[in-house]
Design a protein around this ligand. Sequence first.
Ligand SMILES: NC(=O)c1ccc[n+]([C@@H]2O[C@H](COP(=O)([O-])OP(=O)(O)OC[C@H]3O[C@@H](n4cnc5c(N)ncnc54)[C@H](OP(=O)(O)O)[C@@H]3O)[C@@H](O)[C@H]2O)c1
Length: 288
Amino acid sequence: MKRVLLAGASGYLGRAMLAELKTRGYWVRVLVRTEQQQQALSQIADDTFLGQATDIDTLSGLMDGIDLVFTSIGITRQKDGLTYESVDYGANLNLLTLAENSKVEKFIYVSVFNADKLPGIKIIQAKEKFVARLKSSWLPYCVIRPSGFFADMKEFLVMAKSGRVYLLGNGQLRFNPISGADLAKVCCDMFQSEQTEVDVGGPEVYSHDQIAELAFKALGEPVKMTHFPLWLVGALVSVMRWLSPVSVYGPVEFFAKAMSVDMQAPCYGEESLESFFVHLANIDNRAS
Ligand SMILES: NC(=O)c1ccc[n+]([C@@H]2O[C@H](COP(=O)([O-])OP(=O)(O)OC[C@H]3O[C@@H](n4cnc5c(N)ncnc54)[C@H](OP(=O)(O)O)[C@@H]3O)[C@@H](O)[C@H]2O)c1
């Protein structure tokens, strides 16, 4: 069975990827950056490697015996004072450089759907800079382009719980987010596929209004929504760009812009967003 290096295993998609790879019988080494993560993941992974993806000098031996690489390393929400350039681009570039100098057969990377329709956004610029470098590599590769993750839909539930959901635009834009487990299945399939780029959405397409309605339904609360015009959101993001550091405006800019275009990607998977919301609402109920 092939030996996989999984980078990003502590994240939402990475955790699902680890479970899927093990279900399919792969031998898996995970790259982690803290001893705590190493301890937690050593229960599931076959091997753990402690190193800083942003510092290539700490990664010696990482690719030894590895056939396939999957990386979902990235900072969706900024932390640690690092930049998109040093993580989304730099850390993944370190992995690619090491892979190119070893016997790796395929490199899979996760960027975003509709990147070409979202120009000028810092996080996407860093990701697509890496994609360009990956495409120029002699290594066989695949770029996964998900529309959005269930994990990020939690924000709808949080707002619904507080009594009102605030939406950008008229609420009619289309979106099909996907669960980590469903996306992990597509990612694993790509190890055997000839496809070099794949757009991936979840099985159900919703308008933003419908997602908000599902969140209220899961909580058993009446629907209350407020829509902000897109021009106002655009103006606010522009002001934030001037007044705040990238660690503050970066995530706001990404989510605001992504929510201002249709994000309907080809449908995959079977897990429903409604069940995800109901599951979270039940956890909340039990906790309170
Ligand atoms: N969320 C979405 O809707 C969406 C949509 C399309 C694409 N994507 C992209 O898909 C990828 C995976 O998303 P996700 O939701 O799984 O993200 P996540 O839960 O935030 O996980 C990100 C992973 O990157 C690692 N990472 C972050 N900074 C690092 C650093 N400086 N050095 C080493 N590792 C670092 C994290 O490790 P630690 O746990 O150690 O921080 C974690 O394992 C991301 O690149 C994201 O941009 C996301």
